[in-house]
Design a protein around this ligand. Structure first.
Ligand code: MTE
Ligand code: MO
Length: 191
């Protein structure tokens, strides 16, 4: 069930959210060279962009990227902390650009465990553009959901659905059900 879809096509909204997030986290012009990830990302600014946004600098390894919460339990994770959870690489058919791509992923079960999210918990996945997709933890697990943090070995640019997004493998029950494929994810929360 989808609760809310605000300005899904609005590049402005995503850029503003990302810019605000960057300002709030104090990076940008104050970023030190050491804080910039060594890997460069895929060049952006394709004329037809299925994720509907414009180019923006990638986050540093130490920038907060994902909030995981259930009730009063809440953690905020950086890219470095996400990588430390343990990743694997999976090849999937990406349904928006319709290409086979390799994603570096963390099982959603691992993310859910950070806040003891499971079973009938109603999980809100929210993006930087305020798009929200909600379903039970059990459904996300049944669909073998993953949090993707890299694509083809590189950081995923903001305007290409990054820096982090939810993906499903080719044998998932949700391969062709696109609502849960929440890109530019900012939080996973249970009230
Ligand atoms: N972050 C984010 N993810 C999103 C969306 C969105 O607007 N923002 N739209 C979802 C929906 S409802 C569908 S059908 C697919 C395609 O969205 P679109 O048809 O709005 O491009 O992406 C999904 N993931
Ligand atoms: Mo949709």
């Amino acid at each position: 069930m989808k609760l809310n879809k605000i300005n899904s096509k609005s590049a402005t909204s995503l850029i503003l959210s990302a810019a605000i997030a960057l300002i709030l986290t104090g990076c940008g012009s104050t970023k030190t060279p050491e804080a910039i990830p060594s890997q460069s990302a895929t060049p952006s600014a394709s004329p037809s962009n299925p994720y509907g946004a414009a180019p923006i600098d990638p986050p540093a390894l130490t920038d907060p990227l994902l909030t995981v919460s259930k009730g009063s339990t809440s953690s905020v994770l950086t890219m470095a902390q996400l990588i430390a959870l343990g990743t694997s690489d999976i090849s999937i058919n990406e349904p928006f650009v319709k290409q086979r791509q390799t994603f570096t992923v963390i099982p959603l079960t691992t993310i859910f465990a950070l806040a003891s999210i499971s079973g009938s918990d109603s999980v809100d996945t929210k993006a930087l553009n305020d798009y929200v997709y909600t379903n039970t933890a059990a459904k996300f697990v049944e669909a073998k959901g993953y949090l993707a943090i890299k694509r083809n070995g590189l950081d995923i640019p903001f305007d290409q659905g990054g820096p982090i997004r939810i993906v499903f493998p080719d044998d998932s029950t949700w391969t062709k059900f696109l609502d849960p494929w929440n890109w530019s994810l900012s939080s996973i929360s249970v009230k």
